[in-house]
Write a protein that binds this ligand. Structure first.
Ligand SMILES: [Ca+2]
Ligand SMILES: [Ca+2]
Length: 364
């Protein structure tokens, strides 16, 4: 709150009174009738700053005023700044409700006027937080053994680099009591002649969604050839084969980098080599868990690390599916991969690689 105006006014009043007293003394000597003392300005009080969370969209402002040498004749609440949507129910009363508030920060001013027309002002701040999302998917991975197969399936081994060593075994994807643990190593498995094995799970066929907030808390090891990822793919290839139907990479990490990458792929931004021009590298806490998230709406995808906005992909004006294939349901993938593609070859002395996922929350 700012009472600067009132303070300034009272300083002025003090100064004025001093000059007046001096003048009165001078006048007295001449035997004139003394003038009435100057009016003291009133003080306004608008109450404490307030914070609400939508869908609550109303606050009650209880104002008051004090006047040392008179009475408060009137009150007036006015809008100073903030979103343009609001209604001051009874602006001329000490107490008013403010209705129809929307997300943002508002300043409202209370002006009090005393019985001689002097005013005091004060500003109060009203913060309106966005509506808390409703959880539509959650897994805290707080049990031991296998993952919840009503929510997840193993990612199948296939030809893309990230999928080449996927292994549908609890040795590579299991729960340790508080995390999903996805591993990669070079153990020899009889009858499965690949040089590495790695773990990944996905919600394909069990959970998908269109628009919302995805948050994943995870930590992972670094190592030459390592490639852990938290990402999303479309359920159906409505707009054609990769990358035309889109991909949203919430977190990818390669090798021994001290940054993670957040990327969108689509037909317009991804080149023939599979490299996207819409990608951001951000530092992260390399020795601990971090929270990686996106907020996906009809018009943009925002990427966050530890709740700090790192980049935004906005739907361009007049976008076609080439720029914006993100209007169909997507599903979530968590995997520890490596050895091929982006990170390149593995240094076997750096194995095993591991990503631990503490929890996943998806809300709308
Ligand atoms: Ca007064
Ligand atoms: Ca957990």
């Amino acid at each position: 709150m700012k009472n600067i105006i009132s303070l300034k006014n009272s300083l002025k009043a003090v100064l004025f009174l001093s000059i007046l007293s001096f003048s009165l003394l001078s006048c007295s000597k001449k035997g004139d009738t003394p003038a009435a003392p100057a009016n003291k300005v009133p003080f306004a009080n608008a109450g404490a700053d307030q914070t609400i969370t939508l869908p609550v969209n109303t606050v009650i402002l209880t104002g008051s005023g004090t006047d040392a040498d008179g009475t408060i004749a009137s009150y007036l609440w006015t809008y100073i700044s903030g979103p343009s949507t609001y209604t001051i129910a009874t602006p001329a009363q000490a107490q008013t409700s403010i209705n129809n508030l929307v997300q943002g920060t508002y300043l409202f001013e209370l002006r009090v006027t005393d019985n001689q027309g002097a005013t005091g002002r004060i500003v109060v701040t009203i913060t309106v937080n966005p509506k808390a999302g409703t959880l539509i998917f959650e897994d805290n991975f707080n049990t031991t053994g296998g993952f919840d197969n009503t929510k997840w399936s193993y990612c199948s081994r296939s030809t893309p680099a990230w999928a080449s060593y996927l292994t549908s075994s609890s040795d590579y994807a299991s729960l340790d009591g508080s995390n999903l643990v996805l591993k990669m190593d070079n153990k020899v498995i009889a009858g499965d002649a690949v040089p590495y094995h790695s773990g990944g799970i996905e919600t394909m066929g069990k959970f998908s969604f269109l628009y919302g907030k995805v948050e994943v808390r995870a930590k992972f090891t670094q190592g030459t050839g390592s490639w852990p990822a938290i990402w999303m793919m479309p359920v159906t290839s409505t707009y054609g084969g990769w990358p035309n139907s889109g991909e949203i990479d919430i977190m990818e990490h390669v090798n021994n980098e001290n940054v993670i990458h957040q990327t969108v792929h689509n037909g317009a931004v991804t080149n023939a080599s599979g490299v996207s021009s819409v990608t951001t590298a951000s530092s992260y806490n390399t020795s601990d868990y971090n929270t990686y998230s996106i907020i996906w709406t009809e018009t943009k995808i925002e990427f966050y690390v530890n709740d700090v906005l790192k980049s935004t992909y906005n739907k361009p004006a007049n976008a076609t599916s080439a720029q914006w294939p993100y209007d169909k349901p997507f599903y979530l993938i968590l995997n520890q991969s490596g050895g091929l593609g982006w990170p390149g070859a593995i240094n076997n002395s750096h194995l095993p690689f591991q990503m631990q996922v503490d929890w996943v929350k998806i809300s709308q």
